[in-house]
Design a protein around this ligand. Sequence first.
Ligand code: FAD
Ligand code: THG
Length: 818
Amino acid sequence: MPTPKVVIVGAGIVGTSLADELTARGWTDVTVLDRGPLFATGGSTSHAPGLVFATNPSKTMTELASYTLEKFSTLEHPDGWCFSHLGGLEVATTEARLDDLHRKAGWAASRGVEHELLSPAECLERHPLLDPDQIVGGFFTPRDGLAKALRAAEAQATRAISRGARFVPHTEVIDVVECNGEVRGVRTATGVVDADIVVCCTGFWGREFGRRVGLTIPLVPMAHQYAYTTPLESRHGANSVVAEASLPILRHQDHDLYYREHGDRLGIGYYGHRPMPSDVNALDYDSTVSLEEMPSKLMFTPDDFAEAWDQTITLIPELATGKVDDGFNGIFSFTPDGHSVVGEHRGLKGFWVAEAVWVTHSAGIARTVAEWMVDGAPSVDTHEFDLYRFENAALTDDYILTTSSQSFVEVYDIIHPHDQVAAPRGVRTSPFYDRQAALGAEFWVANLWERPAWFEANQPILDELVAGGLQIPLRDAWSARNWSPISVAEAAWTRSHVAMYDMTPLTRYEVSGPGAADFLQRMTTNNVDKSIGSITYTLMLDDEGGVRSDLTVARLGADLFQVGANGPIDFDWLSRHLPADRSVTLRDITGATCCIGLWGPSARDVVAPLTPTGLTNDGLKYFRCVQTTIGSVPVTLMRVSYVGELGWEIYADAEYGRGLWDLLMAAGAEHRIIAAGRIAFNALRIEKGYRSAGVDMTTEHTPDAAGLSFAVKSSKPEFVGKNALDQRVCPLRLRTLKFDDPAAVVLGKEPVRVDGDVVGYVTSAGWSPTVGACLAYAWLPSDLPDSTAVAVDYLRTSYGALVISDPVVDPEMARIKQ
Ligand code: FAD
Ligand code: THG
């Protein structure tokens, strides 16, 4: 069978890597079109200085970077090396940065990235230009180094050509030809090139290119300064023309700077200047692209570099007698969350996007796209860079520009896992927002929703519980950031009294129509075709049997379901699988509705008097739902509790929200009801053993490995991913850790050691008032027995913990089913 005709638009590092990866998999009918000459096309790749630091907060991105640099180091080019493992050195000039480098060392450790933490003297040994007195320590990664991006592009292109690919320069793609929702080709000035698949690898022109197919590709072309110094005497003759560089690539993130050698000069990259978004339509584009003059290079603006130079001569004193010799403002893509944008257009089959990709991840992203196209599923978890991860409001010009500019500003900042975006804020608010604000809510943002993390109004509850003996250990500065002891009191109060949680941001869909039951049955692992009033906890798997998401499916009618989901990529996945006969309608009802989770031992006392529905344990059973009223408000009650207490999720149309809140608060007063926030919620769900999809488990994990095999109904004849499950072995298990020291707190992504060796990593964690210690989920070898003693690296220390069986709270379901 002939393989599909693929047209790749853009011959930068991404397009060329993709041509190589596709042809390597036997898809040899590949045509790569570029507006510019080959291979210095005039895009970002043409001037990329090529620093590759693999370690990144994202596990997937770290893996994709490691793949890229190892692949590039095997490429051959007549002019010489494509990758040089010079090593990467990141220096800290502050204690906070040194903490951060330890955190980074933790990520490296659990992902198999060779690394070393260095003293200032050791930094000097690696990089003799440094002033060691400026430095408090460093992080060294020997496999990192320099990519010669243009050579790597050409070497991969040459290989692809040898397998049958064509590269066509000076050919601008002006449009995409489509028919019946499928790609048919691309239009150029000289005619149409047929294609079954078109891949947009147009770099920072991607936003514009996406418009041609009605797709918002959220990226902003942003100028970034790169300068060359005058020669350094001490480096005279140190590097041959071929080698170019021998010192490690260097990062000085406390001042937004990075460095590499160019012979006896240094190249300096700077992220400390004001964000400089570029209007691509205003860029000159003619065919006279050269290495000096190209559309992606703007004039150097020396004023923006003044601070960079001051900081540079402080770190590298020898440069005090030198100066900036030359420089440019180079353009590349920034996105709202800093991640790439990859996937297939939902409305135009065969149109793929691989955008906002650094040289660092280019071959890895290309491999992922090739696997996705050829094999049907990528081998890594892609949710962080999925094209469809964005909420509608995140695809507005304002949001894209504001957050992408912020991504630029923060690119080297120390980011706490719970730091919140500063702007835009208040885009999505639940009907309870004003009431929450009046209670002193500290708002966090989730999918653009303002969501309380804790309430200052609960300080008296904290005082009362502490007076009664609740111990809340002091925290270090890092774990105390974005946190309040009040959150612990809120969690404890939920277990002893009753609390209201704003569940409005929980993504929910209405799935309706004559095909709805069959559709959900096919899309999920559990049996959801049960009686009206049933709720089912179920999983969505990918075609390879990996966990994409976990859902609750509530049957409100024969042909009517409400699905509780985890975000836009669930909507995308479901949409793509809708039957063509229109027998199913999928509608996101999140914003049109609101939800209060009302939970705790007193929950029944609060709600029962307000509703005609009998709320006894048998009246509305666990995991059952009913459409009823509370006061004058029509509601849907679902007896589900992610915090593991008696109670309900109470859904209503949004217009009733404030009235409902007031009613429940008033009725709850005599039971001392509180509003509680997200930190308490998270701690309670971990106590109860409930996983968070995308955080605790991804497509890299099977249901069994995630401890969720109970949600897989193997007797069902068919569901997406079922056939793959038998063949898949996952050597890891998601386990719960309990920390020995009550004051020990971890925040997520830390490495876990047994006898000093790293065996796994933490996903999420919360401090449990019920057991008086921090609990965490971690991926660990499946054969680790209960009670194994482990150590978890946290900043510069290590905490002891035990592997325990979960759930810690209420394994017999007595609290929830009373
Ligand atoms: P590009 O290289 O821009 O390629 C896109 C191609 O698409 C271009 O050749 C263009 O001509 C073509 N094209 C666009 N529209 C059309 C059309 N309609 N028809 C036909 N062809 C079209 N990354 C790192 O990893 N490490 C670094 O150290 C690093 N340093 C950087 C320093 C600077 C100053 C800059 C600006 C960027 C740096 N980057 C770095 C980022 C990196 O250069 C880019 O992310 C990467 O090169 C993007 O590759 P690409 O293939 O997506 O895009
Ligand atoms: N509420 C609703 N929908 C949701 C969530 C929610 N969908 C997304 C996400 N959260 C799903 N996560 C969970 C995780 C666990 C449970 C519910 C939602 C849960 N599990 C029971 C257990 O494991 O004991 C299931 C018991 C059973 O299958 O009978 O309750 O918070 N609406």
